[in-house]
Design a protein around this ligand. Sequence first.
Ligand SMILES: *[C@@H]1O[C@H](CO)[C@@H](O)[C@H](O)[C@H]1NC(C)=O
Length: 480
Amino acid sequence: MHVHILVRTALLLVSSVTVNADVTTTIDPKSNWGAWEGWGTSLAWWAQQFGQRDDLADVFFTLGQTQVNGQSLPGLGFNIVRYNAGACSWNAVGGESMVVSKNVKRSRQMEGFWVDWTNADPASSSWNWSVDVNQRAALQKAIDRGADRTELFSNSPMWWMTKNHNPSGASDGSENIQSWNLEQHAIYIATVAKAFKDKWGIQFGSVDPFNEPTANWWKADGTQEGCHINVATQATIIGHLQTQLNNRGLSTVISASDESYYDQALSTLQNLGSSAISKIARVNVHGYQSGSGDRAGLRALATKSGKALWNSEYGDGVATGADLARYLLQDMRTLKPTAWVYWQVLDGGGWGLIDANNDDGTLGSATQKYFVLAQFARHMRPGMQILDGGRDNVVAAYDASQSKLVIVAVNWDNAQYINFELSGFSGRPSAGSKVTRWLTQIGSGDRYVQYSDTTISGTRFWSYFEKNVVQTFEVTGVRL
Ligand SMILES: *[C@@H]1O[C@H](CO)[C@@H](O)[C@H](O)[C@H]1NC(C)=O
């Protein structure tokens, strides 16, 4: 069928590897799944420990080759950065002080700015603008390197706004914000946003006052900050937040509600009410429902409501990159977000892109997951038009300014050739033109290895994929 048939036959003869028949995927130039806004990370908790390091800012927020802990890594080029307004302070006020979960790690307690309830004036001693130096440094370093999408988010209201003064949650996981502090939480978020602008010249593009508010696992003995907030309460806080942003002359938009699951985000959006919905510019959802959940339903409702849609937090403990690749592909094809944000770039237990201990400050090496994400993030760049890649395991993006087509494909099956059919494009490179490719073996093995051995043949090109390989292709001279 192709010239490679002899190679393939030879390969079959010399190895016992099972090779599947070719598959062909057709990239659809008529499709348009939105203009890509970018990739990113949240800063809490890693930046509280590592936020002053320029090498880490370089490796995550530039595309340059960077030395980290003796390892040379291709930068991930993130342009989205999420800053966490903390909920903790260790002062006493009116005989009250923060109640601390017996299980919370210090690295997961984020220093909050509004340390007592006696005064809402940010110039008063009720506010401490000296806290959280390292996370602020990381934010500034990201912006200095080109991060152009900044978001302020909250895992819990300040401890003193909660019913039990515990920013990890209520004993039973129920709503933990005091009913008389809903406006105070909005004032907190808006005041922090204003202070970043005035004091440090940082204007957040968006604010999300919640984190996984429908979840029932934010409990008093939890391991991190968290707060269950009912949907009706969310709606009230969103109303207050819009007023408080307006009062301060901030054009920062509101995103919501950073629910854990696609199904929770869908339900929240269905029940938030038209007033609150009119005040949010974007739906933020997390990717913790993994392979389940109504991604398509959430996409449909976001579109119908005229809202942008981000996967604002994905994380997993699978260092091989297999889960990340699987659910990122599923998101790209079904949720169709315009941005995708990893939770903790530095963490232990397989969670980090680079292994690290955020409590003792030790830094390890990059996981295979780092390179799997590099296959996507270094090539599908902000401003590109996301295209239908034709199959579940293929995504594509088009860069009009450079007439460049990017394709990322994963082969979960036995080794096989995948043909990439470009016949629908009005302009294609001529036969023999080079296609550059990069390859990472999911699990262990090759890490972002570049090849220039692939060429256009007629209206297509093809490439051989071992099982569990992700490849990225860049084809230049393409017109939609
Ligand atoms: C403000 O926070 C800084 C940094 O944590 C701390 O050193 C300082 O004591 C705090 N100021 C007050 C008045 O508590």
